[in-house]
Design a protein. Structure first.
Ligand code: HEM
Length: 148
């Protein structure tokens, strides 16, 4: 007869010291969630509602925003906080449901690798975006490109 394990039976030994990463991960989800509410709704408000609304979004709109240090910091924070938040949330789900250790390791590695690649590419775009590429049709660029 097989015995059903009691709920919350520890799979690892009791922690005896050091940094409690699981606790800090839990706190991070709450803290980043609060900041993300402001960042995401601010982002949606500015891009979708204010001014001409969603119709204003084109290359020049994005180029203009990514030339402004304020929006670079805003978008950078949103990128890092949301990706780490999403990855840590997915890590929790994998730990809850993936019972096969090999499958679990592959899934966790996939989450870590894709998160690092997306953060690196996103940060590269935010910090190096050229709003006035040489040879482009001036009608498609931000107005400040004419002065260059
Ligand atoms: C408005 C902004 C957001 C708020 C307030 C928020 C809040 C939270 C909180 C408090 C948790 C922990 C839930 C728990 O431990 O039971 C959580 C989990 C999670 N969040 Fe967010 N979040 C936000 C945005 C996002 C975004 C943008 C993503 C994706 C990139 C995301 C992906 C996840 C995932 C995958 C989990 C794990 C779900 C689970 O454990 O079942 N969240 N969120």
């Amino acid at each position: 007869m097989s015995l059903i394990e009691a709920p919350r039976t520890p799979t690892r030994g009791r922690r005896t010291g050091g940094i409690n990463w699981e606790k800090w991960g839990w706190i991070y989800m709450r803290a980043s969630g609060v900041v993300l509410v402001v960042l995401i709704f601010g982002h949606l408000l500015v891009n979708m509602f204010l001014g001409e609304g969603v119709k204003a979004i084109d290359f020049a709109f994005v180029g203009g925003k990514l030339s402004d240090p304020f929006w670079q910091v805003w978008d950078g924070l949103m990128l890092w906080l949301a990706l780490i938040h999403g990855a840590n949330g997915m890590r929790t789900i994998v730990n809850d449901y993936a019972t096969n250790p090999k499958v679990r390791t592959v899934l966790l590695a996939g989450i870590a690798v894709s998160t690092i690649i997306l953060i690196a590419l996103g940060t590269l775009v935010i910090t190096t975006f050229d709003p006035c590429p040489a040879g482009a049709d001036p009608a498609l660029l931000a107005s400040f490109c004419e002065a260059l």
